[in-house]
Design a protein around this ligand. Structure first.
Ligand SMILES: Cc1cc2nc3c(=O)[nH]c(=O)nc-3n(C[C@H](O)[C@H](O)[C@H](O)COP(=O)(O)OP(=O)(O)OC[C@H]3O[C@@H](n4cnc5c(N)ncnc54)[C@H](O)[C@@H]3O)c2cc1C
Length: 425
């Protein structure tokens, strides 16, 4: 049998022990507030622990506030105020001042020197302890009760026990919808919608990929692979193999599309968090390079006096021979096939086994992560992170609908909004 009991009042209740919730709770605690942090998982920061492929791209070391904010697109003007209070410089000071030195990699992406996301989490857990924040783990907030434009009770369930907590201020830091196994199941969105907030739906995750290589764009309108002879595309993050898929690809004027690609968009969006994303297209997935070379010799033997450019059409996917040959400028397409030597054959077969592609992002998102939806930023006073609908409600992190690229910008948003909320609760 479950029972409802009323508990002692806290100055601040923070719902969600992720990146932004931990900062908000710690900062409020440091101001001497009595803070309760409620987290439904056993451990704090489950999502934070998997960021940056476990290395945690903690921020982006862009110190020019205008250049930094340009990454937050439509929300950039709303974020000027909070970022001028707690920006990249303050993030470095916060973590380095607590014994976690950072270093900066390509594209200004900053990581802890230890390259361990769990170390970032530990700094925050220590910060909560130092500032006497009461943490309630394995406790799920079920609903928020409202009286006179204020949250009067936070109703929770821990095991079979239902308890209701009272807080002068309530921070909703329950995250978005991506990777629900980490606890981000979008609970906050349901409550916030009931409280009168506008919730933007998550962006579609089935989108084409944009690529850097001109050769792909030159082949716009051409399919690579057929149902009978599918291609294999293998994706890499910072040179490390991530995953592969087999099927048909469509080249377009911006990059790659087709059902196979559309269905990889979500995985690629996660990969963009890990580093530079590249791919190789294997046009002969069922032949190893040696077998392909033997096949090439047979085809050349049958067409001895013909120019390579005319024979290569039998080897490359339909409609791609000229463009693929142009990727090997040291091989003259007019070369007679009997003069194609071993090294040239190796280069040709290697290319057919691994056409190079650099993924710049998802179409519609500039090097972006798919936005997971959330509260319209216009409904938040970004000087304080207070809701404009409910007087004692504050919102932080992924609960907000803010489109931004990968590269440390999401966590910076968590540190900034968490800090500002913590200062104003
Ligand atoms: C694979 C992956 C890698 C990423 N890597 C990076 C990176 O390297 N750099 C970067 O900047 N960004 C990265 N991000 C984005 C970043 O992780 C998020 O922006 C950030 O973690 C959001 O923090 P948050 O505090 O808003 O919410 P979350 O971290 O999602 O935390 C929300 C918390 O609320 C809890 N909660 C939810 N509902 C309830 C409830 N009803 N009751 C109690 N508790 C509840 C959840 O259990 C969870 O712990 C990555 C995201 C993913 C998915």
């Amino acid at each position: 049998m479950s029972s409802t009991q009323h508990e002692a009042t806290y100055d601040v209740i923070v719902i969600g022990g992720g990146a932004s919730g931990m900062v908000a709770a710690g900062v409020a605690g440091a101001r001497g507030k009595r803070v309760l942090l409620i987290e439904k998982n056993k451990r704090l920061g489950e999502k934070l622990r998997i960021t940056g492929g476990g290395r945690c791209n903690i921020t982006n070391d862009e110190r020019d506030i205008h250049a930094l904010l340009s990454n937050y697109k439509a929300s950039k003007d709303f974020l000027y105020s909070p970022f001028s209070i707690f920006g990249v410089k303050e993030t470095f000071e916060f973590f380095e001042g607590r014994g976690l030195p950072l270093f900066v990699e390509a594209r200004k992406r900053a990581f802890p020197k230890s390259e361990k996301a769990s170390d970032v989490c530990n700094v925050l857990i220590q910060y909560l302890k130092k500032n006497n924040v009461t943490v309630l783990n394995e406790c799920t907030v079920m609903k928020l009760e409202i009286e006179d434009r204020k949250i009067s009770h936070v109703v929770t369930k821990k095991g079979s026990e239902i308890k209701s907590y009272v807080g002068d201020s309530v921070v909703v830091a329950t995250g978005g919808l991506s990777h629900p196994h980490t606890g981000s199941t979008g609970d906050g969105f349901k409550w916030l919608e009931d409280l009168g907030h506008t919730i933007h739906p998550p962006s579609p995750t089935i989108v084409p990929l944009t690529v850097e290589e001109a050769w792909v764009k030159e082949l716009a309108g051409t399919s690579i692979g057929t149902t009978d002879a599918p291609m294999k595309i293998t994706f890499f993050a910072d040179g490390k193999k991530a995953f592969a898929k087999t099927g048909k690809l469509l080249c377009t004027h911006f990059g790659l599309s087709g059902p196979l690609i559309l269905n990889t968009a979500k995985e690629v969006s996660d990969l963009l968090y890990k580093g530079l994303v590249t791919a190789t297209i294997d046009t002969y997935p069922n032949k190893d390079q040696g077998t392909l070379e033997k096949h090439m010799i047979e085809v050349f033997d049958m067409n001895k006096n013909k120019a390579l450019k005319n024979v290569f059409t039998d080897l490359a996917p339909k409609g791609t021979a000229r463009v693929i040959l142009s990727l090997l400028p040291h091989i003259d397409p007019e070369t007679k096939t009997h003069s194609v030597n071993k090294d040239m054959r190796k280069d040709l077969s290697r290319l057919l086994k691994a056409l190079p592609v650099s993924i710049s992002g998802l179409l519609g998102f500039d090097k972006a992560v798919v936005a997971d939806g959330g509260v319209d930023i216009r409904e938040v006073d970004t000087k304080t992170m207070r809701s404009t609908k409910i007087d004692n409600l504050f919102l932080t992190g992924d609960v907000l609908h803010i489109d931004r690229p990968s590269g440390g910008f999401s966590l910076q948003l968590c540190w900034t909004t968490g800090f500002v909320a913590g200062k104003n609760v």
